[in-house]
Design a protein around this ligand. Sequence first.
Ligand code: AHR
Ligand code: AHR
Length: 525
Amino acid sequence: MKNAIKVKADRVVGEIDPRIYGHFVENMARCIYDGLLRNERPGKPSGPWKLREEVVGWFRDLKPPVVRWPGGLYADGYNWRDGIGPLEARPMRRNRYWSRYGPATRVMDPNAFGSDEFMRLSRQIGAEPYVNVNLGTGSANEAARWVEYMNGGAETVEGRRRSEYGHELTYGVRTWGIGNEMYGFWALGHMPAEEYARRYLEFVDAMEEVDSDLELVAVGADHYFSNTWNREVLSTAGDRVGLLSIHCYLPGMERIGGVALTRLLKGGPGLYSAIVAAPLEFERRLGEAVQDIKAVMGERAEVRIAFDEWNLWWTPWQVQVPRWTLRDALFACGVFHALHRMSNWVSMANVAQLVNVLGLILTMGDRAVRTAMYYPFVLYSLAGPTRVQSTCECGSFDSPGAGGIPPISSVPYLDVSATLSGDGKALTVFVINRHPGEPVDCSLAIDGFSPAGTVEEHVLDGPSTTALNWFADEKVGITVSRRETGQVTPRCAFPAHSATALVFKKKAPPRKAAKKKATEKPAEE
Ligand code: AHR
Ligand code: AHR
């Protein structure tokens, strides 16, 4: 098989919204409390709770574009007023959603991380905030007052309150989600699509009365849960929907013949193939949502997708102690390529979640580690906003599927995506090699961009597909090297089970002849 990658850097095929590399923190299990925050007095549920500097630093390092909060399913039981004002006066409550599963998912809610703390974190890490209001058990007025607390000036009641609590300037939160997974029987206040759409409009009216410049996110459903929900919601409320939220976790916590999927497949090559192929299933499912949008709103629809919860999930354990391996990191890289291909429709995506709960970062006691799943986010922070054409000829494999990941035939070993920086001076070519055991040797041709003499090569890899990072023992990570451009084009080898970013810099244009005969005196050194 002749392997060949061709990049046409002057053929723009889409604009990528940087928000596709977004995040999500929910008051669930040990994501916020005991994850992002550490209890300074363990055993005393009211804390004091302090941000873990190490975790915040790692979060900031990812240059996160956006962070969603406070849920998730938690959002539809949350009263934002519990989380403002002096810490010592905030109520200790039962976590209205997650307490149902007991201590594993969090019973008590100390309300020490509310709106002002969330905004402080967003600023510390440089991310845009995305707040999810409570539609399931809350009211439109409650949501509108929350918008006022965040965005209202000192002339408003809630804006004044914010100011009294020490935050004089408005926060200007633009993106707001209205309810979460309302189609699901498991959601607090779940309801039929028609009723959701009606209530959604009430919320939009009330929230926009406070601030007319909001980007609003409506609950959408993956077809696995309902193939009528999206069309019903959009036909009533589509004109007022900015983004349609879609969530997807694969392969799902399925049992086959009474045995958990993971027990059947644990670590085996079948599971590896299924997982690295799973992004193609995300792409297919997102495509179904696009069809819904087009069917109701027309080909020129302005509604876009917020893929605001995505990840792998196959055992309840992963909510406690995710043990992400290199395999899972390659899956996440594949998700970014799928989102690049869908960039005309997907404007935001948020991995679930940042810490502990299926988290990119794992903490235990005082220790913390960046799991394998953290590194795709580092690698893809090298991507530019402009997607340019790339083609790839290579071998392929048939994936057997697992749980919600169907069998997929002819999955290409290599998956390529190429982007240009905003100023057009850097071309990044991303190449995933899904082959579990062999490097792939490949020709690489670049048109429409003259690379400078050296290229930066960033390779995400580890010793094996099941390599994982544990405390003070990181096996999966990124190595960076500088190479001569002639070493990667016209031929390049991509290691087995790896993802590579080749960053080419544009060759400086030749100095203009006019400069030589400049009459001005050269500046002194
Ligand atoms: O991310 C964990 C949970 O999964 C979220 O709360 C919910 O929206 C989803 O079902
Ligand atoms: O650390 C707990 C382990 O992690 C569980 O045994 C397994 O199911 C999970 O992957």
